[in-house]
Write a protein that binds this ligand. Structure first.
Ligand code: AOF
Ligand code: ZN
Length: 370
């Protein structure tokens, strides 16, 4: 196998390791690292819960003395700053690693190329850009937070075969998708820092937005509701479970203080952002607030209003559509205008990257073409 092929193969494995940290290491990026010598993997590391230790530190600790003369594969440039931990680039140099294959530069202004520079200055061979595209996807939450002051947003939509996104007013919590797809959605939730909905969905469905999968109950992504006028019911399941599952409501500046006080008393956090003339929350301001609180990845289980707003703002980085074969007996809540769906499907703004059956449902995933 050529060096280039081997680099790509090991980097793909490092990216798979990195993904283990998604949903647990914010505000830090989920990084993966492999230490390889003569084609043999000596150690594997990924960013740990809470963001530390960093991936390289984990792999180096495992490899011990054996790392001398080996190659390090790392999905993000090793850090060069003295932050909460000493710089990974220095630890890599001290370990005697001879060569580093790195996927992308870290846009964090404290690093921004200095990690690679440090390694080169110490005489290590450094190859950058290995599997850059795939690594960028895995690190996109971090990259967007640092460069655009907003988290990555995955928009998830579920639709019946006849184009409805929910049942009518008398059918709250009608499950559009089957059990297998619902399980897949819970697994997706676990890989994000937060779950986002609009107040319309909170009022119509009274959702819990928790991760209900055996072994992953401890994953508690922040549950966020955009609620300009603080209309959410204090009796809702979201509010009732706020002592055990962190919950944040983003309201407009004019929302009643008494409503806020009632929510805060139940352990719900309330933040405020400006609204436009029509009383709608400034979405960019809301996303900026979430980025400044350290959130990197948001899973948005939006109804039509919020989904349209995200698409209008060009803020949806990927779109997961779950389509069931079900047709509703009575007309339900209509999802999206035909133009919206066509716009998603014409391939100019989003590219189809995945299509598979989950049980009786069809999952498609589209990524924004940047
Ligand atoms: C790495 N390896 O696994 C991660 C890195 O607050 P600190 O000191 O933990 O530093 C956080 C920054 O380090 C973060 O913003 C990003 O630039 C980088 N994350 N770097 O070398 C890792 N998670
Ligand atoms: Zn580091």
């Amino acid at each position: 196998m050529s060096q280039v092929d081997a680099d790509e193969r090991f980097m793909a494995a490092a990216i798979a390791l990195a993904r283990r940290g998604l949903g647990v290491c914010a505000p830090n990026p989920a990084v993966g690292a492999l230490i390889v010598k003569d084609g043999v993997v000596l150690a594997r590391g990924w960013t740990q819960a809470g963001g530390r230790p960093h991936a390289e530190a984990e792999a180096l600790r495992q490899a011990g003395d054996k790392s001398r003369g080996s190659t390090l594969y790392v999905t993000l440039e090793p850090c060069s700053h003295h932050g909460k931990t000493p710089p990974c680039a220095e630890a890599v140099i001290a370990s005697g690693i001879a060569r580093v294959a790195s996927a992308i530069e870290d846009p964090d202004p404290r690093v921004a190329g200095r990690g690679h520079e440090l390694l080169r200055a110490a005489g290590l061979i450094v190859r950058t850009g290995v599997c850059a595209q795939a690594a960028l996807r895995a690190n996109l939450g971090h990259v967007l937070r640092v460069t655009q002051n907003r988290p990555l947003i995955t928009l998830k939509l579920a639709m019946t075969a006849d184009g409805f996104v929910a049942g009518g007013p008398n059918e709250p919590r009608l499950s559009i998708t089957g059990e297998a797809a619902n399980g897949a959605v819970h697994l997706m939730r676990a890989m994000y820092d937060a779950i986002l909905i609009g107040v319309g969905t909170a009022l119509a469905d009274d959702p819990l937005l928790t991760v209900r999968l055996p072994g992953l109950e401890q994953r508690r992504p922040l549950r966020i509701v955009l609620d300009s006028a603080l209309r959410i019911s204090p009796a809702s399941r979201l509010v009732a479970t706020a002592r055990s599952h962190p919950t944040l409501i983003i309201a407009g500046e004019a929302a009643p203080a008494a409503n806020e006080a009632r929510l805060v008393a139940e352990n719900v956090a309330v933040a405020r952002v400006p609204t436009d003339g029509g009383g709608r929350l400034d979405l960019r301001a809301a996303l900026g607030l979430l980025a400044s609180r350290g959130l990197t990845r948001i899973f948005c289980e939006a109804g039509p209003t919020l989904a349209e707003a995200l698409l209008r703002e060009d803020a949806a980085d990927d779109i997961i559509m779950l389509t069931s074969q079900k047709r509703l007996a009575r007309p339900g809540l209509c999802g999206f205008t035909a133009e919206r769906i066509n716009a998603l499907e014409d391939g100019s703004r989003y590219r189809l990257v995945e299509q598979r059956a989950i049980g009786d449902d069809l999952l498609t995933r589209r990524e924004r073409i940047s």
